[in-house]
Design a protein. Structure first.
Lengths: 331, 296, 313
C-alpha cells in the first residue's frame, strides 16, 4: 500500500514541479517582453503610473537577477501563497481573486462530473442489455462526446434561455441581488446554476455511457462469466459481477478525463458568463493579466492533482485486488 | 523451419487483408462515418477555391441577414458571410486535426515503442514522463503558452496540442508492444541480427497497424476538440478563420441574444459532425479488424 | 447407462457456412466411468464437451439426442438446460486460471453462486472437500489473485463438483499446468470419482499419455467423428484404427506434451469441416486407404467395448 501511494505521490509531486517550472519558464522564454506588453495593454494613461507599474513588474519577475535566483524566488513566493497582484482588479492579490471564483467552479464541476459519471455508467450498463436500447444510447452517446462543450452550452442557453426564457443565460446570480444567505438569493443562485450544470452533465454523459457499455460487454464475455453460465447461474448474478468489475476501469477513466472535464467547465462558464475560473481566465486574457492567468493555472493543476489522489484512494477502497496484491507484497 | 512457417504466415496476412477489405466495404458505420468526413473534407478544401472570396472575414454590406440564396448561412453582425467562414473554418479544423493528431501519434509511437520494446530503466523513465504529461491538465498548459505567444498560427497551435495530447496513446502502444515483443517472429528477427529500429518498424508496427490507425483517428478528433476550446477562450489563431473562432465571435457579439442562430449553429455542427463521424468510423473499423465484434 | 449420446450433430454458424464440428457421434458411458476424449485440435472433442453443458453463441444443435440417467438433456435449449447445469452436468473449464470473479472473495462467490441455484452452502462439506484437495480453508477468505495456478485449478474443481453432478466434463484441465501439478490434478479427479462426488467424467485432452493413466475408456475423435473407442489398456496396446495407431506411435515420453497444433508423426492435416469430403475423413492421410474408403465406414464393435470406424480394422 505504501509503495502504491508512494509511487502515485511521486508522480504528482513531479507533475507539480513540472507545472511550476512551465509557469516560470513561459513568460521568460517566449518571444516578446511581457512587462511592456502588460503595461501597454493595461491601458493606464498616467505616465507616473506607467513607470510605477513597469518598475513593479520588473521587480516581480526579477529580470535583473540571475536565472537560478529568479527561479528560487519564484518558488519561495509560490510556497508563501503569493501569486502576485491582479492587473484586472488592481491591486487585489491574485489568490484572493481566484478564491472568489473557485467555489463557483467547484459547485458546477463536482455535481456535474459525479452525476454524469453515475448516470452514464448506468445508461451504458442498461444499453449493453438490450439491442434496441443499444441502438439508441450508442448514437446519442457518440453525438454527445463529439460535441464541443461550448456548443452544447450555447444551444442550451439559446433554446432554454433566450427562446424559451425559462432560465437566465448569464451570471452566477441576478445583478439586482447582493450575495447573502437568504432563500431568495439561494434560489436565484440555483436558477443560474441549472443551465451550465446541465450542459456539462450532458456532454460528459455520452463518453461514460459508451465506455461502460463496452466494458460490460467485455466482462460478459470474460471467463468468469462463461463459467458462471456453464454452472447455470442466473443472468442477474452474472450481470451484477460484470457491472462491478466494469466500474473499476471507469474510475481510472474518471482520473484520466479530469483535464478534459476542467477544460469543459472553463469554456462552459465563459458561455454563461458564470463567475468561476473560466470567466476569470477570459478576463485575464482580455486584460493581459498574466499573473492572474498563471495563478489560475497553478490552482487548476493543484485541483487536478488533489482530485487524482482522491480517485486513487477510492480505487484502492473499491478494488480488492490492489489491497490483496499489496498485502501479498508486504508479507 | 523458418521457410515453412513464413510462407503460410504471409499468405494468411494477405488473406486477412482481403477479408478486412471485404468487411470494410460492408460496414455501415465505417462507410457512413468516412462518407461524412469525406464530404466535409471536400467542402473545406474545394469550398474556399470555388467561393473565390479572398477574405472570409471581409465585412459585407448586409449585416445580420438570415440565410438566403445569396448568403447560404446568413451573415454576421459585420455582414461577413457565415458560409464562407464555415468552409474556411472547416479547412482549419482538418489542418489542426491532421497536424495535431499526427504530431501526437508520432510522439506516442516513439515513446510507446521504445518503452514497450526496451523495457527496464528506459521504460521506467518514459513511463514517468508519460504519467506526468497525462496528469497535467492539457488545456491549462496550452492556455499559458498561447497567452504569452504574441502571434498565434494554426500550425503552432497544432504543434502544442500534439505535444500535450499523446500520453494515453503512448500507454496503449506500450502495452501492445510489450505483448508482441515476446512473440516468435520478433525473437526470430532479433536472432537474425536486425536492429531495434528495424524490428520495431518491420515486425512490430505492421502487426498493430490497424490499431495505430484507429489511435490516430481518435487523436485527430481530440485535437479538433481541444483546438476549438482554445479558439473559444480567445487563444485561437490571430489570423484567419476557424470553427472555434466563429463560435467565439458569435458568443462575444451576443449572437444568441440577437437571435442570429445561423451564426453559432453551423460551426458547432461542423465540429460535431467531423468528430462524431470519425468516432463512428472508428467503431466500424474496430468491427472490421476485430472478428469477435463482427459476428453479432 | 449413465450417459447415452446418439447421432449428435453440432455445427458452428459462420459467414462462410456451417462448420460441421460434431457430425453424427454416438457413444455411451457407464456409471463411474472416466472417459478420456482425445484427438488433434479441431477434431470436435471440445465441441462435444461444450455441447453436453452449454453451447456457445455460434454453436447450433442440428440433430441427435443426449440422455443422462434416463432423462433427455435439452442441449439446444439454453433456458431449459439450466436446471441440469451444475446439479446434473458440471464443467471444469479450460480457463480455470481465470474462471473465478477476480473481485469477490472465493467463499463469498461460492455462497452467492449456490444461493442463486437455490442451494444453501454446506460449509462443513465445502471445507472437507478443500481438505481432500489439500487446500487450506483460509482460501475461502482470499481473492483469486492470491492463489497460485495449481490452487486455482483445485479450487475450481471443488466448486464444479460441489453439488455432486452425475456427469463432469473436464476440458483440457491439465494443459496449462506443469507436469507434477498435472499428476496431482489427475489424482484428485479420480479421487472425486472414487468418493462418489461425480458419477462419471469426460476428460477432454490432447495428452494421450496422461489420459491413459486416469481414464477407464479412451475415445479418439477425428474431424468431427468418432474414430475409435476402447478400454484404456486396449487403446494404448492394441489400437485398431490407423489414425489411432499413428497417434499412439507418435506419443512422446510420458509427461512430455506434443504441440497442440499438429502431430509431428502424421503428414497432412485434417480436412476442412466447412465442407468435409464424403467417405472416411482420414482417407487422405491414411497409409492403408483403399477404394472402399470412399464409402463412409460405420462404427463397428470389433470386440466387446471396442468400437472402430474403419473398413480395415
Amino acid at each position: 500500500m505504501r509503495q502504491y501511494f508512494g509511487r502515485k505521490l511521486l508522480v504528482y509531486g513531479l507533475t507539480f514541479f513540472v507545472a511550476v517550472t512551465i509557469n516560470w519558464m513561459v513568460p521568460r522564454f517566449m518571444p516578446g517582453d511581457p512587462v511592456s506588453s502588460m503595461v501597454a495593454r493595461a491601458g493606464v494613461s498616467n505616465p507616473g503610473a506607467v513607470e510605477t507599474m513597469r518598475t513593479y513588474y520588473t521587480n516581480l519577475f526579477g529580470f535583473d537577477q540571475p536565472l537560478w535566483k529568479q527561479y528560487a524566488n519564484f518558488w519561495a513566493a509560490l510556497l508563501q501563497g503569493d501569486f502576485g497582484i491582479s492587473i484586472w482588479v488592481f491591486p487585489t492579490p491574485v489568490s484572493e481573486v481566484i478564491m472568489g471564483a473557485v467555489p463557483y467552479t467547484l459547485g458546477l464541476m463536482i455535481p456535474s462530473v459525479l452525476l454524469s459519471w453515475v448516470v452514464g455508467n448506468w445508461a451504458g450498463a442498461f444499453a449493453a442489455r438490450r439491442k434496441l436500447l443499444d441502438n439508441t444510447v450508442l448514437p446519442v452517446g457518440y453525438v454527445l462526446t463529439a460535441m464541443p462543450y461550448m456548443w452544447l452550452a450555447v444551444l442550451l442557453a439559446w433554446g432554454l434561455g433566450v427562446v424559451a426564457g425559462i432560465f437566465p443565460v448569464a451570471g452566477g446570480y441576478s445583478f439586482s441581488l447582493q450575495p447573502s444567505l437568504s432563500w431568495e438569493f439561494v434560489a436565484d443562485l440555483l436558477h443560474h446554476w441549472v443551465l451550465p450544470f446541465l450542459s456539462l452533465f450532458l456532454v460528459a454523459l455520452g463518453g461514460w455511457a459508451i465506455g461502460m457499455r463496452n466494458m460490460i460487454i467485455y466482462e460478459l464475455e470474460s471467463d468468469y462469466s462463461n463459467y458462471l453460465s456453464a454452472l447455470g447461474a442466473p443472468q442477474r448474478l452474472i450481470r451484477r459481477y460484470a457491472f462491478r468489475n466494469a466500474v473499476l476501469p471507469q474510475i481510472t477513466g474518471l482520473a484520466l478525463q479530469l483535464g478534459v472535464l476542467v477544460a469543459g467547465a472553463l469554456v462552459t462558464e465563459i458561455v454563461f458568463s458564470y463567475p468561476g475560473l473560466g470567466s476569470l481566465i477570459l478576463k485575464a486574457i482580455q486584460n493581459q493579466d498574466f499573473f492572474l492567468l498563471q495563478g489560475t493555472f497553478m490552482f487548476i493543476v493543484l485541483g487536478v492533482l488533489i482530485a487524482n489522489f482522491i480517485i486513487d484512494i477510492v480505487y484502492v477502497v473499491v478494488d480488492p485486488r490492489t489491497r490483496a496484491g499489496m498485502a501479498g507484497a508486504q508479507a | 523451419m523458418t521457410a515453412i512457417q513464413e510462407t503460410p504466415a504471409k499468405d494468411a496476412g494477405a488473406g486477412v487483408r482481403r477479408e478486412a477489405l471485404y468487411f470494410a466495404l460492408r460496414n455501415g458505420k465505417l462507410l457512413a462515418g468516412f462518407g461524412v468526413v469525406a464530404v466535409l473534407f471536400l467542402l473545406g478544401f474545394a469550398g474556399p477555391l470555388v467561393l473565390e472570396a479572398a477574405d472570409p472575414n471581409a465585412y459585407g454590406s448586409q449585416p445580420m441577414a438570415p440565410p438566403s440564396g445569396e448568403h447560404w448561412f446568413g451573415t454576421t453582425t459585420f455582414g461577413q458571410d457565415v458560409f464562407a467562414q464555415f468552409v474556411h473554418g472547416l479547412r482549419t479544423t482538418f489542418v489542426v486535426g491532421a497536424l495535431g493528431g499526427g504530431i501526437a501519434a508520432v510522439i506516442a509511437m516513439a515513446v510507446g515503442f521504445t518503452a514497450g520494446y526496451r523495457g527496464g530503466l528506459v521504460d521506467e523513465i518514459l513511463n514517468m514522463v508519460t504519467n506526468i504529461v497525462l496528469v497535467i491538465p492539457t488545456l491549462a498548459v496550452l492556455l499559458i503558452i498561447n497567452a504569452y505567444l504574441g502571434v498565434r498560427s494554426v500550425p503552432a497551435q497544432a504543434l502544442f496540442i500534439g505535444l500535450t495530447s499523446w500520453p494515453w496513446a503512448a500507454r496503449a502502444i506500450r502495452a501492445q508492444t510489450f505483448s508482441l515483443r515476446t512473440r516468435d517472429f520478433v525473437a526470430l528477427a532479433r536472432l537474425s541480427g536486425s536492429s531495434t529500429r528495424k524490428i520495431i518498424l518491420r515486425e512490430i508496427a505492421p502487426n498493430m497497424s490497424s490499431y495505430l490507425f484507429m489511435m490516430f483517428i481518435l487523436l485527430f478528433g481530440g485535437s479538433i476538440l481541444i483546438a476549438s476550446s482554445l479558439d473559444f477562450i480567445g487563444l485561437g489563431p490571430t489570423e484567419g478563420v476557424s470553427l472555434g473562432l466563429m463560435l467565439q465571435n458569435a458568443n462575444q457579439w451576443s449572437a444568441m441574444q440577437l437571435g442570429l442562430w445561423w451564426w453559432f449553429l453551423p460551426p458547432g455542427a461542423g465540429i460535431t459532425a467531423v468528430v462524431g463521424a470519425l468516432y463512428v468510423a472508428n467503431v466500424g473499423l474496430d468491427e472490421v479488424f476485430n472478428p469477435k465484434l463482427r459476428e453479432t | 447407462m449413465s450417459l447415452r449420446v446418439s447421432e449428435l450433430r453440432v455445427y458452428y454458424r459462420t459467414l462462410k457456412g456451417d462448420v460441421k464440428a460434431l457430425d453424427d457421434v454416438s457413444f455411451t458411458m457407464r456409471d463411474g466411468e472416466i472417459l478420456g476424449l482425445a484427438g488433434e485440435s479441431g477434431c470436435g472433442k471440445t465441441t462435444l464437451g461444450k455441447s453436453l453443458i452449454r453451447l456457445d453463441g455460434r454453436m447450433r444443435h442440428m440433430g441427435g439426442t443426449v440422455e443422462l440417467d434416463g432423462r433427455e438433456l435439452p442441449i439446444g435449449d439454453d433456458r431449459r438446460m439450466n436446471e441440469f447445469r451444475f446439479h446434473e452436468v458440471s464443467l471444469i473449464p479450460q480457463y480455470s486460471m481465470s474462471a473465478m470473479n477476480p473481485t469477490r472473495k472465493i467463499g463469498k462467490m461460492v455462497g452467492e453462486l449456490l444461493r442463486s441455484r437455490g442451494v444453501t452452502l454446506d460449509r462443513a462439506e465445502l471445507e472437507s472437500r478443500l481438505d481432500l484437495v489439500e487446500l487450506p480453508r483460509t482460501v475461502l477468505g482470499n481473492y483469486p489473485i492470491e492463489l497460485s495456478g495449481g490452487m486455482k485449478q483445485r479450487m475450481v474443481m471443488v466448486i464444479s463438483t460441489l453439488l455432486n453432478p452425475s456427469l463432469l466434463i473436464a476440458d483440457e484441465v491439465t494443459s496449462a499446468l506443469d507436469v507434477s501439478t498435472q499428476k496431482a490434478v489427475a489424482k484428485a479427479l479420480t479421487g472425486f470419482r472414487d468418493a462418489g462426488f461425480v458419477k462419471s467424467m469426460i476428460f477432454v485432452t490432447h495428452d494421450l499419455a496422461l489420459t491413459s493413466r486416469i481414464a477407464d475408456t479412451i475415445m479418439v475423435m477425428y474431424a468431427g467423428r468418432l474414430a475409435e473407442k476402447a478400454p484404456a489398456g486396449v487403446m494404448v496396446t492394441a489400437p485398431r484404427h490407423p489414425y489411432t495407431k499413428l497417434l499412439i506411435n507418435s506419443l512422446p515420453e510420458v509427461g512430455v506434451r506434443y504441440a497442440d497444433k499438429k502431430l509431428a508423426g502424421i503428414a497432412g492435416s485434417p480436412p476442412s469441416l466447412l465442407d468435409p469430403p464424403a467417405g472416411c475423413r482420414f482417407r487422405d492421410r491414411c497409409p492403408l486407404a483403399g477404394d472402399e474408403c470412399a464409402q463412409e465406414p460405420p462404427v463397428a464393435e470389433v470386440e466387446p467395448g471396442h468400437f472402430v470406424a474403419c473398413w480395415k480394422a
